[in-house]
Design a binder for this molecule. Sequence first.
Ligand SMILES: Cc1[nH+]cc(COP(=O)(O)O)c(CN[C@@H](CCC(=O)O)C(=O)O)c1O
Length: 393
Amino acid sequence: MTSTQSKWLEAELKFDSRVVGKHEVVMTRGQGSVVWDESGRSYIDCVAGYGVANIGHCHPDVVKAIKDQAERLLVMPQSLPNDKRAEFLSELVGVTPAGMDRVFLCNSGTEAMEAAKKFAITATGRKRFVSMKRGFSGRSLGALAFTWEPKYREPFGEAVDNRNVDFVTYGNIEELRAAITDETAAVILEPVQGEGGVRPASPEFIQEARRLTQEKGALLILDEIQTGFCRTGKMFAAEHYGVVPDGMTLAKAMAGGVPIGAFVMTEEVADRMPAGGHGGTFGGNPLAMAAGVAAIRAMKREGMAEQAREKGAYFMEKLRAIQSPKIREVRGLGLMIGVELKEKSAPYIHALEHEEGVLTLQATPLVVRFLPPVTISREQIDTVVAAFERVLN
Ligand SMILES: Cc1[nH+]cc(COP(=O)(O)O)c(CN[C@@H](CCC(=O)O)C(=O)O)c1O
């Protein structure tokens, strides 16, 4: 530990598992698109908790909702109905695609994916799945079976059982057509691959996935854990493609920063799960529900989907205007943006943080991923782009 490290960093490095690599900084406060470290240094945050703070850090409506709920009721399991849970379910189903009106509540994206897997099996009586190369579905042993990147799976060997998973090249309709059979329970598909490199699907690919799954009696499950809640310029990315899936996994931004997850599905899918066939302790807890109601209402009231569309177009236009031989491609949808470089992105992500006060994250070794709050200002976008141009030169 260097002499300048704080007692907080020392303690976190000492006691944390450290399975996740640690930056040598201690973040203590956030507001909107800015976070501050313990020294008071500010950063424009284009990580946003890996795409969680879509409505901005500490949105006042969410803060108030948490404070109010904390004084009323924090703990209530799903077997006992609760007013805030009912309010949240109504709010959520009010924004999901028509017909997607049954919800299993949980606490993370991985949990939502685990639920999706079980509901798909009971809904179809089948046990095979189709997932995507470069896809990311979560870190549990069950969700890892759908996750492509070997480095996430290999340490666990056969404990990650993906023998019933057929992986196809993202975007390849012929491979998809060959993979979906009458043994397929579901196709798992991110409308925009996030951790896999910020890769928007073509409309043809998603629409063909919808057609083929219907034809074969399989489910189409869209993983909107990262693309959901205004991130791509619509409330859900599915809307860009005119596709209604049989299920959607949701998490990240859904409750404005409070841990939450959900598997949203059709009544037909929900009704095939045996009573008591799945569950959990914290799913649907009143605190997350209160935060989620406030977050979704803020998204609607502040027109955040349109904000993401407009600001994302502006952000990508400014990035594409950077004259640098190091940039291979700028791509994305709304404010889910990736810049693929012709060399490793890590040094530039480090320089952005330490030299420029801008936080970004990777999405495969060559891609710098920008996931700012939707509430980011154009001035802040300009600052981020100028900083990126400086570190590239
Ligand atoms: C599409 C998608 N699906 C599922 C998950 C799993 O959700 P959760 O259990 O709440 O983390 C994530 C996390 N995506 C982040 C991966 C974080 C990690 O390294 O793990 C990301 O995109 O960085 C996704 O982006």
